[in-house]
Design a protein. Sequence first.
Lengths: 120, 120
Amino acid sequence: MSNEKGTEVCKVYEEHLDKILEAKKKLPEEELLLDVADFFDALGNPTRLKILFALLEEELCTCDLSNIAGLSVSAISHQLRILKDRKIVAYRKDGKNVFYHLDDEHVKEILNVALKHMEE
Amino acid sequence: MSNEKGTEVCKVYEEHLDKILEAKKKLPEEELLLDVADFFDALGNPTRLKILFALLEEELCTCDLSNIAGLSVSAISHQLRILKDRKIVAYRKDGKNVFYHLDDEHVKEILNVALKHMEE
DNA sequence: AGAACATTTGCACAATTGCTCAAATATAGA
DNA sequence: TCTATATTTGAGCAATTGTGCAAATGTTCT
């Protein structure tokens, strides 16, 4: 037996039908869910996390972040683009420098909850 | 000029030295940071997110989750292993079924903050 | 033991990721 | 304008990821 996506369906399907329909109904819409996944994905990388933790305190330029993370300026710039695209950081230009800062209060909250979680 | 990791260092290094050292000092330790990255990485995938949102309400078996996510049982099982390894879900065996549930109160909190964040 | 069903596991493969290198772009000052 | 510094961008490549398939493992029932 197959469902609409061509994947097999277990026999408990009928027995668990109510739970399954209920769960499906309460899932966030596909588009919202993909946005949330993108958001977490942006945080789920050591380099990008270092950038974000560093920016918790104060704005820093690309070169500063390169020093802090111990990676090439280019690597940091690539990662900053991802964070910029996802509206997690924003920037301010000052002469030759580009200073980045967190664009989002939720990020601070989430980083702190996660830290607390891991430390337990 | 190069730092200890072989990457180039900008000239503003000296001027920004205080900020950089301060930021480095406040970064979480490497191991903790990697754990946090792993945690977010686990949430940063549409399939795993669907699983977690579905489990917000009640425990579900592998087959139920396969139906809900619209993916093969095998794909779900692979993703459940990742969530299990990272202590994000736990399971209970009941006959032929294996029922999964969230292993972590922080996850609920974080999922809700993230949802709120994306909806704004 | 044998059949039926649920789940897990190993393999293979396409797609994505994260980095480096080199080149392009931008800004400031002589 | 020419030079120096800071940043971004694109190409290329090794490593990782997510999935389906097929086989293996577990569990229950007859």
